[in-house]
Ligand binder design. Structure first.
Ligand code: DX5
Ligand code: ZN
Length: 219
């Protein structure tokens, strides 16, 4: 089923220049894109650390990009205010840890920020179904989160179809975003199944011809 949304690319600055993340935002803006994906890791939920709200806040004044913040945290509910204050315009939270997911989604929404749930590759689609009416976006991981540059998990493809089917069956309008190993080969596998928002770190920042890459993955 075609998505009700136009396909967009959200580059992840996890693959950008960490000594100069502002320059990585400029690369995205100059490529004509609207979204940047910000990967936040706590070293507990995922075995890596990235950057925190202070960095996001420092990047905010200089950028017109839509800040799509992906929280890979054991206790995301404790950090929502910090990321709202930092200028997040969308916050996605994982369903795997034990915390009040529905209340956290409602809180994000009440502050005028878009919200959504994230599922790891092995998390069943059913685990997120109850939250869908509250979601502006559903983010499906196609790698085990924690690191950029991993291989796309083809076994997640049926889950994309499931969330696309639920979107029309339940009369919902969430975006369907894919994160991990998205490149010229794997992007069409996702968009053909109803995905409309593609995160790409390595493939975007390492592309020899970024505008050709954007053209091909969002067509
Ligand atoms: C993984 C992150 C991804 C990652 C994607 O934990 O959530 O956003 O940066 O990177 P690539 O595109 O390199 O797989
Ligand atoms: Zn991410």
């Amino acid at each position: 089923m075609p998505s009700p949304h136009q396909t967009l690319l959200a580059p992840s600055i996890l693959a950008g220049d960490h000594a100069n993340l502002r320059s990585s935002l400029k690369v995205i803006e100059e490529a004509g894109l609207q979204w940047v994906h910000l990967d936040i890791m706590d070293g507990h939920f995922v075995p890596n650390l990235s950057f925190g709200p202070q960095t996001v806040k420092a990047l905010r004044p200089d950028s017109q990009l839509f800040f799509d913040v992906h929280l890979m945290l054991d206790n995301p509910h404790l950090y929502i205010d910090a990321f709202l204050d930092a200028g997040a315009q969308q916050i996605t939270i994982h369903v795997e840890p034990d915390y009040p997911v529905a209340d956290t989604l409602a809180y994000i929404k009440s502050k005028g920020c878009k919200c959504g749930v994230v599922l790891n590759p092995d998390t069943p689609a059913e685990d997120a179904k109850e939250f869908l009416p509250a979601c502006d976006i559903v983010l499906l991981m196609t790698v085990q989160p924690g690191f950029g540059g991993q291989s796309f998990r083809h076994d997640v493809l049926p889950k994309i179809e499931q969330f696309d089917a639920w979107r029309s069956e339940l009369g919902l309008n969430y975006r369907l975003e894919i994160d991990g190993g998205v490149d010229l080969q794997t992007a069409p596998l996702c968009t053909q199944r109803g995905a409309d928002s593609l995160v790409a770190g390595t493939a975007f920042f390492k592309a020899a011809d970024q505008s050709a890459f954007i053209q091909k993955v969002t067509c």
